[in-house]
Design a protein around this ligand. Structure first.
Ligand SMILES: C[S@@+](CC[C@H](N)C(=O)[O-])C[C@H]1O[C@@H](n2cnc3c(N)ncnc32)[C@H](O)[C@@H]1O
Length: 269
């Protein structure tokens, strides 16, 4: 997979040399190229921003350097890139989107600073390319570089051969598959007892069926506590008899449409 990042802070992307992404680069699974946007400015001060039309605080990134930078990068790579524009006003970047993007061969990221990029840049490239405006959460950062690091790591770990154990993302929170829609429950390793706290006995029982059931109950419990919205949006067909018993214990009941909702009196704190 090829990844291009155009930024005014190339050094901010240094962590892409480290750990899982760094190793994937070293193995040639990821071809990451970081470009300095200021290379496409033509004035003495390498200006990339200007005052906003209509007034107001803050500055806006000028369209010309972005247009030149994107044209130059686009001229080099394979066909059909996805242009990822990090912005708090974009669609939510989810595990599902990470899965989808991990299937593409070329992603170009355009992390902005100031109040963002002149709108015409996004509108222009969207007429001929797959442009995604994506937000990593409901908060505002000073720039898009940290969101790029977040998205690249989420995408890269899904590429075949990047994780040591290909199965290790199968049971992750948000992963499709048997635990789809649920958060992952707690995990434990050796020693069997630490500061008087034993590992749950079932996990050392060797009984695979019971372990799977325990894991699923813990996933239901944690999701119910931390992300009840996920239980509400789960397809009720995904819940078996044992799930339904656990959900009932946690105060969840199916409504007339089959979807699970919570009786307020039972809400667990
Ligand atoms: C200060 S923010 C601009 C915020 C913009 N005025 C707004 O309210 O939507 C500057 C840049 O940081 C990045 N950014 C900030 N928060 C983000 C988030 N939650 N998700 C993705 N990118 C974000 C984007 O690249 C954005 O253009």
């Amino acid at each position: 997979m090829r990844l291009d990042v155009i930024t005014i802070f190339p050094e901010y992307l240094e962590p892409l040399n480290v750990s899982l992404v760094g190793k994937a680069r070293a193995r040639g699974q990821l071809d990451v190229r970081v470009h300095d946007l200021r290379a496409w400015t033509h004035d003495r001060h390498h200006t990339v921003d200007d005052t906003p039309y209509g007034g107001g605080p803050g500055m806006v990134m000028k369209p010309e350097p972005w247009g030149e930078a994107l044209d130059a990068v686009l001229a080099e790579g394979p066909p059909e890139p996805v242009v990822v524009v990090p912005t708090p006003s974009g669609r939510a970047f989810t595990q599902e989107l990470a899965e989808e993007l991990s299937g593409r061969s070329w992603l170009i990221f355009t992390p902005a600073r100031y109040e963002g990029i002149d709108r015409r840049v996004i509108d222009d490239y969207a007429t001929r390319l797959d442009v995604r405006e994506l937000s990593i959460g409901d908060y505002v950062l000073a720039g898009g570089e940290a969101p790029v690091l977040v998205m690249v790591e989420a995408i890269a770990r899904l590429l075949p051969g990047v994780l040591g154990n290909a199965d290790s993302h199968r049971d992750d929170s948000f992963a499709p598959g048997p635990m789809a829609g649920l958060l992952e429950g707690p995990v434990f390793t050796k020693p069997p007892e630490w500061r008087g706290r034993p590992v749950p006995e079932v996990l050392i029982s060797g009984h695979h069926g019971k372990i799977a059931r325990w894991r699923r109950d813990e996933a239901l419990r944690r999701t119910s506590l931390n992300r009840p919205d996920l239980i509400e949006s789960c397809d009720p067909a995904a819940f078996d008899k044992a799930d339904r018993a656990t959900l009932a214990e946690l105060g969840w009941q199916p409504g007339p449409d089959g979807r699970f909702g919570r009786r307020s009196a039972d809400v667990e704190e």
